[in-house]
Design a protein around this ligand. Structure first.
Ligand SMILES: [Zn+2]
Length: 220
């Protein structure tokens, strides 16, 4: 089969998965069989070294429907594991705004409203700052109570979602998430080129990335 046909086959799988908000990650490994692992927003595929790209594309195509059908369940499971962290973040004890402890407390719902308001207020200036640096513009920015992610980007609609929990952390963390999602408008993946674009725009991004890593959400 011509390789152009095969790569279009793989492209079709990538597109179908992307519509379900799942990113395809294929890696060649010293394994005996093709292994599929479905994670939140990710389909990880390990391919034996001796398998051709054409065979791999065929195998992936056969698993696309399975991945799309099972993804909500995987997300639900992940969300349940992450929920205690999200609740801890919005628990009554301390109120953090942009990483600083506030002299008053709020209940869970009030906290979310408080974070949402502060994030909404900060967003116009942050996008005005970073869009020219990254060289990409979002059509729409929305806030969401996200449990599994700090941000996400619909590259086709150029729509960026940000987690309402972000104002608990230093504002540079929110700036990093904005840079990360804007960079997806150049690269709709997490390739080396993507990370280079992030580093070019924000040389100290790793620090803010690490601060958010392992917390309530993760970044996609
Ligand atoms: Zn990402």
């Amino acid at each position: 089969m011509p390789s152009a046909y095969q790569s279009s086959l793989l492209k079709k799988s990538i597109q179908r998965l992307a519509q379900a908000d799942i990113e395809l990650h294929i890696s060649k490994k010293r394994v005996k069989n093709i292994n599929f692992r479905l994670k939140p927003h990710k389909l990880m595929v390990s391919v034996p070294l001796f398998i051709s790209s054409a065979q791999a594309a065929q195998a992936v195509m056969k698993r696309v429907s399975w991945a799309i059908a099972n993804h909500p369940q995987v997300l639900e499971q992940y969300k349940r594991q992450q929920l205690p962290l999200a609740q801890a973040l919005t628990a009554d004890s301390t109120l953090l705004l942009w990483g600083k402890e506030q002299p008053f407390t709020l209940n869970h719902d009030e906290k979310l409203a408080y974070y949402r308001q502060h994030l909404s207020e900060a967003i116009p200036a942050l996008f005005a700052k970073w869009q020219p640096i990254v060289g990409a513009t979002a059509n729409e920015i929305r806030l969401k109570k996200m449990h599994t992610r700090w941000g996400s980007c619909n590259t086709r609609a150029r729509r960026i979602w940000l987690s309402v929990y972000l104002p608990a952390y230093p504002i540079a963390c929110t700036e990093y998430v904005i840079v990360h999602e804007l960079c997806h408008l150049h690269h709709a993946n997490h390739s080396a080129e993507f990370w280079q674009t992030v580093a070019n725009a924000m040389p100290d991004y790793q620090h803010w990335h690490d601060m958010l890593a392992g917390k309530t959400g993760k970044l996609d």
